[in-house]
Design a protein around this ligand. Structure first.
Ligand code: GRF
Length: 196
């Protein structure tokens, strides 16, 4: 399975995928890592591993992912031979034409048990809501925000005295197990892409 990763931040989930590949538990290869942030640590991590990287030119938009940039991104992923696209802390909403280039072949990891707490800082949302547990979800990406079909979820307890930081850190430990496991399910044909 040839993977492409899109990320905007630290890339700890990409690292977890690389670790699973190194450990021999995931038969895959990361062919290309792209970021909308030229300074993102995920790019440094990828370069350190000799993985091809690139910056997505979002035409000066702060949060939007312009259509031309999405088409370019699909083209670069295709040219690198990418079969499955993994969003790993990518902070822009994917729409057409990137979705059209990879129908049911784009995954995202979200730090909550979707459909609960979509959107930003879900760990804070969970703390504010006073729920006893939250978690993380790997799902197929569709045109909504954190709305596509769920592939795998893992529960994470909210503990007394948790801060947003401590809860997010505990969720990330679970994320690092969950993302490689979800990719493995797809590679093994256990999570067939839903029909549109
Ligand atoms: C993760 O918590 C993920 O759930 C969210 O963004 C964060 C990315 O972290 N979508 P990292 O860049 O993989 O460390």
């Amino acid at each position: 399975m040839v993977l492409g990763i899109l990320g905007s931040g630290s890339g700890s989930n990409m690292q977890a995928i690389l670790d699973a590949i190194d450990a021999g538990t995931l038969d895959a290869r990361i062919a290309l890592v792209l970021s909308d942030n030229p300074h993102a640590i995920i790019l440094e991590r990828a370069r350190g591993r000799g993985i091809a990287t690139g910056v997505i030119d979002c035409r000066g938009f702060r949060t939007k992912f312009p259509e031309e940039a999405q088409a370019e991104t699909a083209g670069r992923l295709k040219a690198a031979g990418v079969e499955l696209v993994c969003l790993a802390g990518f902070m822009r909403l994917v729409k057409r034409p990137l979705l059209d280039g990879y129908p049911n072949r784009i995954l995202n990891i979200h730090p909550a048990l979707l459909p609960a707490f979509p959107g930003l800082e879900s760990w804070k949302q969970a703390l504010d809501a006073g729920v006893p547990e939250t978690g993380c979800t790997v799902h197929f990406v569709d045109e909504g925000m954190d709305t596509g079909p769920v592939i795998l979820q893992e529960r994470v307890p909210v503990l007394p005295g948790d801060t947003p930081q401590s809860l997010h850190a505990r969720i990330q430990v679970a994320e690092h197990r969950l993302y490689p496991a979800a990719i493995l399910r797809i590679a093994a044909g256990l999570a067939p892409a839903p029909s549109l």
